[in-house]
Design a protein around this ligand. Structure first.
Ligand code: FDA
Length: 411
């Protein structure tokens, strides 16, 4: 009989297992994958964006936004940096507080494996758990490879993003089995797609990238000046956008995708550092330039040409018209469309392309200091399986470390 069984040897599961083991508990860590912590391995382009030094509860989405406060305060980015430094891993800050390994994400995996070994954690990997039962106060895990019994159970199998790497909804299924509520899971930090016919003119722009302000909630959004770099309000991000064959991607779109509700429009400001209406009207005086050339000074030429050909008030061969000849009314309309491009995605690129899952086990079921299920003693749920979803930029790992640590110290 183990003191603790942890199912899922990813970011949160290894943190919880290591800390519990180092406190003298007899811990078994179980994972169905053949290779350890694949998501850490591929994260941050192979360098693992392991935390964000600006982490606050405002960087997370949850039906219960205050739930993450306690765990985040008790295990901070500084705590994880200290661990990284104790293991001699060199790191650097890349962009807006995002910390990456100088060399490789393998170093983070090795560090966590080493911390588990310090806690004398027993590994069962690859090992698939078929069923979980609570029998006379102990958790009994059945599988084709035999039975594992433990006094306490930690569910740490993460979210459903990237099923091709073995992601499953195992924690959600077990949570439901124990009568817990689950907030509807959905792909998040994910590219957005559009109706193929409507997108056809923009598909040619695949590969074009530019800085934009993107808002969920459509045309009612506020002035572009409301967005500050790295200080976006919850529904507004100033980041790069990328055109793809099927729709839009890039950090701006991944961020807003976590807030996007199906059927609702996005509003995109394609010239966030500009106030185009007065600029175009002023530039008009005495100008001999064609409108297409003027917009090419602002954007990649491909975008300027496509935009003037395809977006109303197009149809008037605007690109070839001299700026001086374009009526003020048309210039005003054009400026407005560029600052408030309103478009409605028809969906997301799905779990195959998502970085995380939004939703998960309803936090109202859990104690915020320990991650223990309030109604089921000895059962804990940590990491991405919980309804706490971070922004892009190291926040999701910080949640995995913090929730894993909260649990590992409480077991
Ligand atoms: P995690 O997914 O790490 O671990 C879950 C473990 O459970 C896995 O080892 C899995 O094999 C196992 N498992 C699943 N089902 C099982 C079952 N039925 N039985 C047994 N075991 C099972 N975040 C960030 O902060 N910075 C970044 O740079 C990135 N980059 C990034 C890139 C890509 C491509 C993706 C897909 C994701 C990211 N993320 C990220 C998100 C981050 O990887 C993620 O939020 C954390 O890994 C979640 O940690 P968990 O421990 O909850 O799950």
């Amino acid at each position: 009989m183990f003191d603790v069984a942890v199912i899922g040897a990813g970011a949160a599961g290894m943190m919880a297992a290591a800390l519990a083991g180092q406190r003298g508990l007899h811990v078994v860590l179980i994972d169905h994958a053949a290779k350890l912590a694949e998501k850490i391995r591929i994260s941050g382009g192979g360098r693992c964006n392991f935390t964000n030094i600006g982490t606050t509860p405002a960087n997370f989405i949850s039906q219960n936004p205050n739930f993450c406060r306690s765990a985040l305060a008790a295990y901070t980015p500084r705590d994880f940096i200290d661990l990284v430094e104790r293991h001699g891993i060199a790191w650097h800050e890349k962009h807006r507080g995002q910390l990456f390994c100088d060399e490789s994400s393998e170093q983070i995996i090795e560090m966590l494996r080493c911390e588990c070994d310090r806690g004398r954690v027993t590994w069962r990997m690859p090992h698939t758990v078929d069923s979980v039962a609570l029998e006379q106060g102990s958790y009994v895990l059945h599988s084709g490879q035999g039975k594992i019994t433990a006094r306490q159970l930690v569910l740490a199998t993460g979210g459903m993003a990237i099923p091709q790497l073995g992601a499953t909804d195992f924690s959600l299924k077990v949570a439901r089995q124990f009568g817990l509520k689950v907030v509807e899971p959905r792909p998040a930090l994910v590219p957005l797609t559009f109706d193929a016919q409507a997108w056809q003119p923009f598909a040619a722009l695949s590969g074009v990238a530019m800085e934009v302000v993107v808002r969920s909630g459509g045309a009612s959004a506020q002035a572009p000046s409301a967005a500050g770099k790295g200080k976006a309000k919850q529904t507004e991000f100033l980041e790069d956008l990328l055109f793809t064959h099927r729709g839009l991607s890039g950090p701006a779109i991944l961020q807003i995708s976590s807030y996007w509700e199906p059927g609702t429009p996005l509003s995109i400001d394609l010239a966030p550092q500009q106030d185009l209406e007065p600029e175009l009207l002023a530039a008009k005086v005495g100008s001999r330039q064609q409108l297409g050339t003027v917009l090419s000074g602002l954007w990649p030429r491909r975008l300027a040409e496509q935009w003037l050909a395809n977006v109303e008030p197009g149809g008037q061969n605007l690109a070839a018209q001299r700026l001086a000849d374009v009526p003020d009314k048309v210039l005003r309309q054009l400026a407005q469309q560029i600052h408030r491009w309103s478009l409605t995605p028809n969906g997301t690129a799905g779990y195959k392309k998502a970085e995380v899952m939004r939703g998960g086990v309803d936090t109202r079921n859990l104690d915020q200091k320990t991650m223990q299920v309030k109604a089921v003693p000895g059962l804990y749920i940590v990491g991405e399986a919980v309804d706490v979803t971070g922004w892009l930029g190291g926040y999701n790992f910080q949640w995995a470390w913090a929730s894993g640590a909260a649990c590992g110290r409480a077991l």
